[in-house]
Design a protein around this ligand. Structure first.
Ligand code: ADP
Length: 165
């Protein structure tokens, strides 16, 4: 059976930490779906469409990686896509505690879906989307923290657009 994994997240924005996890996981699965969570209650900087466009750019030459979005429970989305694996990255012990709870709840709800965790390389363990977003919002150069294929100047954040008169 085809091994399909879902890599869920907010990806606001997608960072080199996310990219590295996908590139390492690509040889473990036949297909990886990067699934951007569309949470109406969460205030995002980049719109859903922008986040998907950025990620698509990174993997445009990688047919085994696709980009999608979803609402609702991640395990329901996995079932809908026929995915048997949930891929997550682990940076710190805080990540571990958070992921442990989610992973165990997901296992209780969907016993057939396995969560797979990859440890980040040390150089990426301090990179998180919140900090990268703060750098961008405050006019700093965040280019070294996002994949080379993403030119941040090509994308506007939602609050930037609101500020355009
Ligand atoms: P979420 O909203 O679920 O926190 P993120 O976009 O922040 O979504 O992260 C999605 C996944 O990527 C999570 O499993 C997270 O632990 C992992 N991740 C985030 N940043 C890194 C990084 N620098 N290195 C490795 N994994 C990471």
């Amino acid at each position: 059976m085809k091994k399909v994994a879902v890599f869920p997240g907010s990806f606001d924005p997608f960072t080199i930490g996310h990219e590295a996890i996908i590139r390492r996981a690509i040889n473990l699965f036949d297909e990886i779906i990067i699934a951007v969570g569309a949470n109406a209650l969460k205030k995002n900087f980049y719109s859903l469409e922008t986040r998907k466009e950025m990620i698509n750019k990174v993997f445009e030459n990688e047919p085994r990686v696709t980009v999608d979005h979803y609402e609702g429970l991640t395990v329901d989305y996995c079932r809908k896509k026929g995915a048997g694996y949930l891929l997550r990255g682990l940076r710190t012990s805080a990540d571990f505690e958070f992921e442990r709870a989610i992973g165990q709840v997901n296992k209780a709800m969907a016993p057939g879906i396995e969560s797979v965790f990859l440890l980040t390389v040390p150089e990426h363990s301090f990179i998180n989307s919140t900090i990268v977003r703060d750098i961008i919002i405050n006019g700093g150069d965040a280019s070294r923290f996002v994949p080379a294929a993403i030119n941040l100047n090509d994308y506007k954040g939602i609050s930037d657009q609101e500020n355009v008169t």
